[in-house]
Design a protein around this ligand. Structure first.
Ligand SMILES: NC(=O)c1ccc[n+]([C@@H]2O[C@H](COP(=O)([O-])OP(=O)(O)OC[C@H]3O[C@@H](n4cnc5c(N)ncnc54)[C@H](OP(=O)(O)O)[C@@H]3O)[C@@H](O)[C@H]2O)c1
Length: 299
């Protein structure tokens, strides 16, 4: 009988901050600390990482900042990921860009993340991308051990189909509490492929990566991006707010309880995203964006 996990589910902030681009922000440790504190002041307490971000450097940059004020650790929830192997000068042991979900790799990856983040537990560990070679029983062994050792409190997945999610879940006693997928007005696929139905059915939190499509929402020049930008402009004018706010409000409006993971290193942009929590959209507004993205009326 496996150890019972704490059946708490995801307890994080409504909006999360991602650290994929932390290295690009070129912050000193004290500037990163200031950014982390500013996020916490805004009520954004969930921080999204992955072992591979910034060529395996971002977790360590975050950890250096956290070391300056370790008491902050318990005021935040750290999400990080494992499972992608990326050839890099920082990891000469990796030859092929691929996935690895053998239990020994998961265990070693978490130990590296803990060391880099300079903390002794991870709130939620996500399997970063599904692998055709994933053996769910082997994964379950690693997750059980990580939980028993107190290294990870909760588990989830990222970019998993509903079938892949169910397969892994069938081998675990604990509920998987997150599926982090790409969701934005320019990325509608997971609104329609059953992912958002599945998370609601199983009380799983959907986290939205690249909520601004990596910046395409503002700079995209293709027809779809232009159509969406035009509607966002109109809505922003009607509500006297920024386009960003409309996009985040659009994600928050969905009944699945989407948690957008913001990607900018500019705190003013995160503040705008937080303002979206008090920018209600009507269903009419929501469908105007949906229809603009689809490029055709609903059937
Ligand atoms: N699970 C996965 O597979 C996966 C994949 C990708 C990302 N993620 C997570 O999702 C997080 C967010 O992804 P993302 O960084 O792609 O998010 P995003 O918010 O879609 O894109 C961020 C980019 O948009 C730009 N931007 C934001 N607001 C803007 C504005 N008002 N005007 C112009 N440009 C603006 C930012 O530039 P500035 O920095 O100049 O503001 C930045 O370059 C990542 O940090 C990571 O944690 C997960």
């Amino acid at each position: 009988m496996r150890h019972q996990y704490h059946p708490l589910g995801f307890e994080g902030s409504r909006i999360a901050q991602g650290f994929w681009r932390l290295q690009e922000w070129e912050m000193t440790s004290s500037e990163t600390l200031g950014f982390i504190e500013a996020c916490l002041d805004l009520g954004v307490t969930t921080f999204d990482h992955a072992d591979i971000y910034g060529d395996y450097q971002c977790e360590a940059l975050f950890g250096e900042a956290l070391k300056l004020k370790p008491a902050l650790r318990d005021k935040m929830e750290i999400v990080t990921k494992c499972g992608i192997l990326l050839p890099s000068d920082n990891r000469p042991d990796i030859q092929v860009h691929r996935y690895d979900y053998r239990s020994e790799h998961i265990l070693a990856s978490v130990d590296r993340s803990l060391e880099n983040l300079q903390c002794d537990y991870i709130d939620t560990l996500l399997l970063h991308r599904p692998s055709p070679l994933m053996d769910a029983d082997d994964v379950a062994q690693a997750l059980d051990l990580l939980f028993t050792l107190g290294k990870v409190k909760h588990f989830g997945v990222s970019n998993f189909t509903t079938r892949q999610f169910d397969l892994l879940q069938s081998r675990l006693d604990a509920p998987l509490i997150i599926n982090q997928v790409e969701l934005s007005p320019l990325a509608l696929q997971h609104f329609e492929d059953g992912t958002l139905d599945h998370v609601q059915q199983h009380a799983v939190t959907p986290m939205a990566w690249s909520p601004f499509a990596g910046g395409e929402m503002f700079s995209g020049t293709n027809e779809k991006a232009q159509r969406v930008q035009d509607v966002l402009q109109v809505l922003a004018q009607e509500k006297n707010c920024e386009i960003d706010q409309i996009v985040v409000a659009w994600l928050l409006h969905h009944p699945a309880g989407i948690c957008p993971v913001m990607g900018s290193g500019k705190i003013a942009r995160l503040a705008t995203a937080v303002d979206a929590m008090s920018t209600p959209l009507s269903d009419d507004d929501w469908f105007r964006v949906w229809i603009a993205s689809q490029g055709q009326p609903v059937p």
